[in-house]
Design a protein around this ligand. Sequence first.
Ligand SMILES: Nc1ncnc2c1ncn2[C@@H]1O[C@H](COP(=O)(O)OP(=O)(O)OP(=O)(O)O)[C@@H](O)[C@H]1O
Length: 317
Amino acid sequence: MAKDKVCLIINPASGTDSKKNIPEDVASAIDQKKQDLIIRVTGYPEHATEIARQAAKKKYKYVIAAGGDGTVNEVARELVNTDTILGILPLGSGNGLARDLGIPIDIEKALEIIINAHTRKIDYGVANGHIFFCTCGFGFDAFVSGRFAEDKKRGPLGYVRNVLESVVDFRAEEYEITYDEGSLTEKAFILTCANASQYGNEAYIAPNASMDDGMMNVSILKPLNALEIPQTTIQLFTKNIEKNSKMISLLTQKLHIKRASPGLMHMDGEPVLTDSEIEVRVIPKGLNVFTPTPSEINEKKRKENETIFNSLTRWFN
Ligand SMILES: Nc1ncnc2c1ncn2[C@@H]1O[C@H](COP(=O)(O)OP(=O)(O)OP(=O)(O)O)[C@@H](O)[C@H]1O
């Protein structure tokens, strides 16, 4: 019987972790009697897209993206609506998609998820022809993504520094927003379309978003004053942002956004220049991804809650 073809794509520029051992780790984890492994290292932005396009065309069984959300996006956008499955080794700075799917950040464990071969079909979004899997945004998050793309230093700390610097320079814009059930005009600090619930690094902009409900969560955060920033930041990291009085949450399949002039948007954290009018829509269950099983995810959540409970008990005793 012919062997299945598998491709590993490594982005050496993502995140801060070393990728030196990744080829060897993957090669020893997969069953080489049944699978042929091809390893490619990206040499420039969008290189991963070219490699993944060829892999899908040649009917590879799966493609593993070793990198962050930008790399995953570049790979996955060529795998949508094909039979080729996406595997993720989260080696980026934010790793939003992996975190939201319950894929462990520990690479050995993430590799086990691929080997165990449980798959899940997830939705994706399209904004003016650009595909996203986690979030696409037009306000402060797009501004930060532009800064971060120019930054030589990656990793979560790079994000923190860019956010703090951007707060000073960012100016909120007004948006005319038309969704399935109505329309509104708002000046917004953040306007984010979320397929996943978080940007990455456990920053939950749409805590109730589901990646297989065929719907897009839209989070509109009105401009904040300096005193509101600390509480809003806490709400973002504790899945409570929807309790913020400046937050408007919508659920829709389609969205039309109009702003005064063309500008930046981000797709899974990567900045793109786009028109003053933007069409966003959801394509249901178009991507097949290796993920933990539902019972593995529940077990992980149970352990996390237990750890929090134990820490609190220790603290109070
Ligand atoms: N050889 C390369 N040299 C420089 N940049 C590259 C190379 N290969 C890919 N890239 C680009 O690196 C960028 C960052 O990759 P990626 O988004 O995966 O990492 P990250 O930004 O650190 O993580 P995250 O998106 O999870 O925050 C992408 O825009 C990608 O196009």
